[in-house]
Design a protein around this ligand. Structure first.
Ligand SMILES: C[S@@+](CC[C@H](N)C(=O)[O-])C[C@H]1O[C@@H](n2cnc3c(N)ncnc32)[C@H](O)[C@@H]1O
Length: 502
């Protein structure tokens, strides 16, 4: 970390301590001086290049269920706290019924940013990232690099939502005399992305809150997520949404019974009314030096990309939906979004059940339908026919995409090399296999190839575009990998079942 960066970080952690933020269960008594940092007892800010960059590491061994951070209500940046500014409050009061809570918080955030160093939140605001990689920030090239219609459509939807929300608040932001650079669509996307990727759930405010220091926890997917329909239905997509893990006043560790009750829940941070603070508990035990992670909720990789701007390798909650005809899902009552192929390449319970019924004869359906509902096979022939159908569908999807999973793996490692070593001359050789896509990247970034290859220095803007291109390729790679694994899974079962038939 550079010296200047370290100094502002130290200043921020001191400011946070003065607000009562602490990683210790034994805060100083009210009449003593606040410590120089809110961290140091359980956590420290550190860099984790493989999982989220800046994050929080354990400075001691931490036990599962321990309280690791407490952020008092008064230290949360909310609409309520920012609306203490009278100018802002009066401007917003005229149009509050026309705007969503998130739009209002975004306007409040931009207004506060406009105050610069005179904002009381400045020590915190200065540490919020200045750019994001959420789908709404993707250029046309980056969007097309996703290749899959569903993902492209989700990106277009995210961009058009951001545009229409921005248009709706433009007059208000002009009334507030925001500086020209804070009135732009770029600034709006920044504020919306800050809220999408950093806010935490509050029971009383639909926009949630920005939680200084608490928003430095990087993400780990909730473990042991089952494919039960109950879980599918109870999934939540609120950013960093919390479910109460409250243990009552003065208690700092969840007991075994409480952990059991909560261990399957979706998050490990929540606002605790009894304590009057946002409380973060360790979801598992950590060794000193390990990164302490938070589960923001259950997300597929496309959802992570849309709401948080990253993709998780081996995300246990990732899914691929294959096209189904209406007669395939009208025979039962499974919701359509429960019919998918899981991250391990296995078809979900509901998909298998629906297809077993669809492939059965009317007579079989009548006499053996109950087996399908309970997740059992109807017959070897029925099973082979549906696995063949699934495998063929996966092949069709893969064949329609412009690159293979192997090509994507190669492109990913090439982009990684470019990110590590910006030697422009190596570009051309390494990327020859992806000439079309490379040309589009160069063109979109107003770069041209010289006679020795791509002769240019990578600007900050190009570096960011390269990162988003990488994310798009990483996403499509994990998507295709699921389909490839599903084909192998189906073939394996078909082969072993065929030997039973013949
Ligand atoms: C709440 S912030 C976490 C702290 C953040 N790393 C920072 O420096 O401010 C959420 C953002 O961190 C990054 N992030 C969190 N977990 C990640 C992970 N497992 N892999 C990659 N990026 C992650 C994403 O950019 C995400 O939008």
């Amino acid at each position: 970390m550079e010296e200047a960066e370290k100094q502002t970080l130290d200043g921020f952690l001191k400011w946070a301590a003065e607000l009562g933020i602490t990683d210790s269960p034994h805060p100083p008594s009210p009449d003593s001086h606040p410590p120089n940092s809110c961290l140091g007892y359980s956590l420290a800010v550190s860099h984790f290049p493989q999982s989220g960059g800046r994050g929080l590491g354990a400075v001691r061994d931490i036990r599962r269920g321990e309280l690791v951070l407490k952020v008092p209500k008064s230290a949360l940046l909310t609409r309520e706290s920012l609306l203490k500014d009278k100018t802002l409050a009066s401007a917003l009061s005229n149009c509050s019924s026309l705007l969503s809570p998130t739009q209002m918080l975004a306007v409040c955030l931009l207004f506060e940013m406009g105050k610069g160093k005179s904002s009381s939140w400045y020590p915190y605001l200065v540490h919020i990232p200045r750019s994001y990689d959420l789908l709404a920030t993707f250029s046309e090239f980056e969007k097309n690099a996703l290749q899959v219609d569903d993902a492209i459509w989700t990106t277009e939807k995210a961009t058009s939502k951001a545009k229409s929300e921005w248009r709706e608040v433009t007059a208000l932001m002009k009334d507030l005399n925001l500086k020209p650079q804070l009135l732009t669509f770029r600034a709006w996307v920044w504020a919306s992305a800050t809220i999408s990727s950093r806010t935490m759930h509050l029971p009383w405010d639909g926009a949630g809150c920005l939680c200084p220091v608490g928003d430095l926890f990087n993400y780990a997917a909730p473990e042991e997520e089952s494919n039960d329909l109950d879980d599918v239905e109870s999934e939540t997509h609120t950013p960093l949404e919390g479910i109460s893990l409250s243990n009552g006043e003065g208690a700092h560790i969840l007991d075994g019974e409480q952990m059991d009750a909560h261990s399957q829940r979706l998050t490990d941070g929540c606002f605790d009314e009894a304590v009057g603070a946002y409380c973060f508990y360790a979801r598992r035990s950590y060794k000193m030096g390990e990164q302490v992670l938070l589960s923001y909720g259950t997300y597929t990789n496309l959802e992570l990309l849309e709401h948080y701007g990253f993709v998780l390798d081996g995300n246990p909650n990732d899914k691929v939906f294959i096209p189904l005809e209406p007669d395939m899902y009208c025979l039962d009552s499974w919701p359509k979004d429960s019919m998918y192929i899981g991250q391990d390449g296995k078809p979900s319970f509901a998909l298998l059940s629906a297809l077993r019924l669809w492939a059965a004869s009317p007579k079989q359906r009548k006499s053996l339908g109950y087996l399908a509902y309970s997740g059992s096979k109807l017959s070897v022939e029925n099973e082979i026919s549906i696995l063949k159908w699934i495998s063929k569908s996966c092949h069709t999807i893969l064949d329609d995409l412009p690159t293979t999973v192997e090509e994507d793996a190669l492109l990913l490692s090439t982009i990684d090399n470019i990110q590590i070593d910006h030697e422009a001359l190596e570009w051309k050789e390494e990327l020859r296999a992806f000439e079309g896509e490379l040309c589009a990247f160069l063109e979109c970034n107003s770069l041209r190839e010289g006679k020795h290859g791509a002769e240019f220095l990578i600007s900050e803007k190009t570096r960011r575009s390269l990162e988003r291109w990488r994310l798009a390729v990483q996403w499509r790679f994990s998507y295709k990998k699921i389909l490839v694994d599903c084909i192998s899974y189906c073939n394996e079962i078909i082969n072993s079942s065929s030997s039973q038939v013949f």
